[in-house]
Design a protein around this ligand. Structure first.
Ligand code: BJ8
Length: 422
């Protein structure tokens, strides 16, 4: 990392601790990713992105900032990236998938806080995330209680804006969210000094839709048996979608899909035809939270889809591109974002339909329901998912875990037993 030391120091990182983090991450990546046989060649792009995870993209963002561009960090797929781009800023989805800085985080937050929330505090307090440090503004949202209250504390550490997300989807909720989208647009204009125009927003809508379509194409290709790509690799693509340059990333995903299409045509896969196929449903898995997919695919199954915000909840719906003026475009954004079926909503029956639809489309043999420890929305909603899947005759295994490696053996035992029943 010698090349980047000056940049990282300038961003206030703790260089020795950061060096150790990158070493750990590199080792874990080799174990989870580079050990796989017969990966698509196009994954070389993702390997390069990951090898340079805190380097090249941060340098691009810093170069843009030097020219006066702003960088906005987000933690949730409810924050409309299109608005950020239309205001002339770059958007980074911050990941928070590692158990770092937890000792520091636990001085502020209760120990029984979801690891995702603890992680973004840990990264900030232990000065380990150059992306967060490069952000001119963090945009939080009122989804679960843990995040909502944590943003109040985060605001003491970094410029933070919080957008309200409703808890239901009636017309009053839509009106509230519409007003929140307008308020966010204003805040972004104030940050960048640039007006959001209809042309600018329409361009951003097309750009983000293009990336969604590429990721939808990847999702469809995973329906083939044998599966042309591992679940780990597909998850990684969905993770990198949050912070890579959208244009370049979309090109890389299209190239990957071209290769996968050829694989499917040739009947070639990452695991033999007939390998048990699983859908993972639930809470997001942020970089570098590859624990469950690593265990699942080590247990002789292949993951064929993610019903998750780092997965199809992020890519399923497009924004209507037909809208002509700014108001209509903002309405189209609201319509699209309110289709998100996060477990923070009540009722949230659409999600049950989506899980079943995904099982059918990906030809999955079963579902692994994934909740992060202390995440009430997903842990409680798991019971409703189970009821629905029972009625459809789809087997489900319920998992609740954190970012530590302590339960890996226990998880492996449970997952192997589940896979054997399929
Ligand atoms: S739209 S899933 S990205 S809120 S896992 S922090 S819910 S206690 S992440 Fe999420 Fe937006 Fe919903 Fe998606 Fe809370 Fe649960 Fe932790 Fe969570």
């Amino acid at each position: 990392g010698g090349d980047y030391d000056e940049m990282w120091r300038g961003l206030g990182l703790d260089l020795p601790a950061h060096e150790r983090l990158l070493e750990l991450l590199g080792g874990y990546y080799r174990e989870v990713y580079l050990s796989q046989a017969d990966r698509p060649r196009a994954m070389a792009y993702l390997d390069a992105v990951m090898a340079d995870i805190h380097g090249g993209r941060v340098r691009e963002l810093q170069a843009a900032r030097a020219e006066g561009r702003k960088v906005v960090g987000t933690f949730c797929v409810f924050v409309p990236e299109e608005l950020v781009l239309a205001a002339g800023a770059a958007c980074v989805g911050l990941c928070a998938g590692a158990e770092v800085g937890f000792a520091e985080a636990e001085r502020l937050l209760p120990r029984n806080t979801c690891p995702l929330v603890k992680s973004f505090f840990g990264f900030r307090l232990a000065r380990l995330c150059p992306f967060m440090a490069a952000c001119d503004l963090l945009v939080g949202e009122t989804t679960c209680d843990g995040k909502k209250k944590a943003y109040e504390l985060l605001a003491d550490l970094a410029p933070t804006y919080v957008m309200e997300v409703p808890q239901a989807k009636r017309s009053a909720d839509r009106a509230l969210f519409r007003e929140e989208v307008r308020r966010l647009a204003e805040a972004l204009e104030a940050l960048t000094g640039r007006r959001i125009t209809a042309e600018g927003l329409a361009r951003a809508v097309r750009l983000v839709n293009r990336r969604r379509r590429a990721l939808q194409r990847l999702a469809r290709l995973r329906g083939a048996d044998p599966a042309p790509i591992s679940g780990r690799d597909a998850l990684l693509v969905n993770q990198v979608a949050f912070y890579d340059d959208p244009e370049r990333f979309t090109g890389a995903v299209e190239a990957l899909c071209d290769e996968l299409e050829a694989r499917v045509a040739a009947g070639r896969g990452v695991a033999p035809a007939g390998t048990p196929r699983l859908l993972v449903a639930g809470a997001p898995m942020a970089v570098p939270n590859w624990k469950v997919p690593h265990v699942v695919e080590g247990a002789g199954a292949v993951i064929v889809g993610e019903e998750s915000c780092i997965g199809e909840r992020h890519t399923r719906d497009l924004v209507d591109e037909a809208a002509a003026d700014l108001d209509a475009l903002l309405d189209a954004l609201v319509d699209r974002y309110l289709r998100i079926d996060c477990a923070c909503f009540t009722p949230n029956d659409d999600r049950l339909d989506h899980v079943v639809e995904m099982v059918r489309r990906t030809r999955a043999d079963g579902v692994v329901h994934f909740a992060l420890q202390f995440c009430q929305p997903y842990a409680i909603e798991a019971a409703r998912v189970r009821d629905r899947l029972d009625r459809e005759g789809i087997p489900m295994l319920r998992i609740e875990t954190d970012y530590s490696m302590e339960d890996v053996d226990a998880l492996a035992t449970r997952i192997e037993a589940f896979v054997e029943t399929l």
